[in-house]
Design a protein. Structure first.
Lengths: 428, 133
């Protein structure tokens, strides 16, 4: 993979921030977009724009074709049998909410058990917590070991309860951990549960084959996968999708509407009420094509190199002080690194790094239960992607060295020196 | 970008630690960064802030801003302390704050306001304890 050449495809990577070349290490939040995706969105509006599924005029047909072609690409991307198994949503969050909403109205009864994990993003926790408070379901969190690996056996806890849903992320947005979906799905299916996979962080990095994974639903976001914002994908096994009620009511999702009754469409239209994000879907299709041309093997190789560079940088320059949470370089992980540097708050790291043109993210990363599990109030995250240069990891190292030195200059007093273990883990 | 005064107040904050004999206290947390600051006051019968202390954890901006603020209020009448504005706090900090950091700069200020007015802590702790069997 020729990263230097590939970078030319991403116009924004030429930007300077505070008079320094941008080092973009926030791809887990959203990826940058290649020129072809930006062009695809622009040319849709410039040449083909119309609403879908409604007009008989030429533009309407072109727009519908482009939209449905994007659905075919999304289906191929996840290994779906049929494009009708692809529902376009606003993103992973909406996909997961759609599922929580639909399952609550079909399979979930009071006292039923939903299993999630401490690794999850809030979008895969809060919809289920809402069901817990409104419907009285039970929500269990699978724990991780000290290396950040999930412990699947705990699915088999609580044998007296009906375990109806397992919903789990394929890659942690904080630790980069890859979870063993096939094993988890097997155990969950043995309990009769529906298996949902949050692929927001895996779709950008790994090939997905829903049939091989043996799961029921999968969600990901276009904007983390080189595509536009405002478009997401929900894949559902055909029979599972068919068993779900509509999420929103409106145009497109009906067959017939009368004063006294309404007939709904089959999936996927049943779940796509209203005018969908058409240009965004087209852009996503182009993004998935682009990823296909890069190649998964090449990407994995590249991320392994970045990961080794990151750990080497941390070790050579900081010894044990720069602590990277989660699994080590040899483990199943992607190039997302959350770390702490003693004596410097993550917010200060991110602010000072920005002054050097280095884009990092600090905070709880929409994963407060994981922060609590790790015993930290916040972490700084550097997340790399296909356009990240190994030298950029060194620039991160330079800037962290400067930050550490800056904070080390002032004298330390006892009572604040150990602020790393504050009492605020309990303060939400 | 971070001036020496901010770093000094971060590493060796003034009036840091719990205050014994406090007559009022207020808290503020910033869930986004896990910051949490508690300000305690000892107000005399004559309405003067005799002692002030703060505890908790935060980034350099929030700790330094609170430290500077406690220096400013110590020994002043409550009536004067109540007049301190957000702008006064920004002036104490002395460096421009990006929009994302303004909340950090005001964490101690909000906690102080709660201590003065006896408001309950307004942290976003409205979790949903309902219905978990
Ligand atoms: C693991 C994971 N799940 C879900 C989401 C939510 O994605 P979106 O905000 O695109 O709906 C994210 C995004 O940060 C994520 O990292």
């Amino acid at each position: 993979m020729d990263v230097a050449r590939l970078r030319n495809d991403f116009p924004i990577l030429g930007r300077r921030i505070h008079d320094r070349p941008l080092v973009y290490l926030d791809s887990a939040a959203t990826s940058q977009k290649p020129r072809c995706v930006i062009d695809a969105v622009a040319s849709f509006y410039a040449e083909h724009n119309a609403n879908v599924h409604r007009g008989v005029h030429t533009l309407g047909e072109e727009a519908t074709d482009a939209f449905e072609r994007a659905r075919e690409k999304a289906a191929a991307f996840v290994g779906a049998r049929d494009p009708a198994e692809i529902v376009f949503t606003r993103g992973t969050t909406e996909s997961l909410n759609l599922l929580a909403h639909g399952l609550a109205r079909t399979v979930l009864e009071r006292g039923d058990r939903v299993v999630t994990t401490v690794l999850e993003h809030h979008s895969n926790i809060v919809p289920w917590q809402i069901l817990r408070s409104e419907r009285g379901i039970r929500l269990d969190f699978l724990d991780i070991d000290d290396g950040g690996a999930l412990r699947p056996e705990a699915i088999d806890d609580a044998p007296g309860l009906r375990t109806r849903v397992l919903t789990v992320t394929q890659v942690s947005n904080v630790l980069g951990t890859v979870t063993p979906i096939r094993e988890l799905a097997e155990r969950a299916h043995a309990r009769g549960a529906v298996v949902i996979v949050d692929a927001a962080q895996s779709a950008p990095h790994y090939p997905i084959d829903v049939e091989r994974l043996g799961i029921d639903f999968l969600a990901f976001s276009g904007h983390k996968t080189l595509g536009p914002t405002g478009i997401g994908v929900l894949w559902g096994r055909a029979d599972r999708l068919r068993s779900l009620p509509p999420y929103q009511g409106g145009g497109e999702m009906i067959r017939e509407v009368h004063q006294d009754r309404v007939l709904f469409q089959e999936p996927p239209a049943r779940f796509e009420a209203g005018t969908p994000p058409i240009a965004q879907a087209v852009g996503l299709g182009t993004a998935l094509d682009y990823l296909g041309r890069v190649g998964w093997e090449e990407l994995a190789d590249h991320e392994r190199k970045i990961t080794e560079r990151m750990y080497r940088m941390a070790n050579d320059r900081f010894g044990g002080r720069l602590r990277i949470f989660g699994p080590g370089p040899g483990a199943a992980r992607n190039a997302t690194f959350s770390f702490s540097l003693p004596g410097v708050h993550p917010h200060d790291i991110a602010s000072l790094a920005d002054a050097d043109g280095v884009a990092l993210r600090s905070g709880h990363h929409c994963a407060q239960p994981l922060m609590e599990r790790l015993g930290v109030p916040a972490l700084t995250r550097a997340s790399a992607y296909l356009y990240t240069l190994p030298e950029e990891i060194d620039r991160l190292g330079d800037c962290l060295e400067r930050i550490e030195a800056l904070f080390a200059r002032a004298p330390t007093r006892g009572n604040v020196a150990n602020r790393a273990t504050p009492d605020l883990n309990t303060a939400t | 970008m971070y001036q020496e005064v901010i770093l000094q107040h971060y590493r060796t904050p003034k009036n840091f630690g719990p205050l014994s004999g406090a007559t009022a206290s207020g808290e503020e947390s910033n869930p986004l960064c896990g910051d949490h600051i508690r300000v305690e006051l000892k107000v005399s019968d004559g309405g003067v802030v005799e002692e002030v202390g703060f505890s908790g954890d935060g980034c350099a901006i929030s700790v330094a801003a609170t430290s500077l603020l406690t220096q400013k209020v110590k020994g002043r009448p409550v009536a004067e302390v109540e007049k301190i504005s957000r702008e006064d706090v920004f002036q104490l900090i002395g460096i421009p704050l990006s929009p994302a950091r303004i909340k950090c700069g005001l964490t101690g200020f909000v906690a102080l306001g709660r201590a003065l007015h006896g408001e309950p802590s307004g942290s976003v702790s409205a979790s949903e304890p309902v219905g978990s069997p």
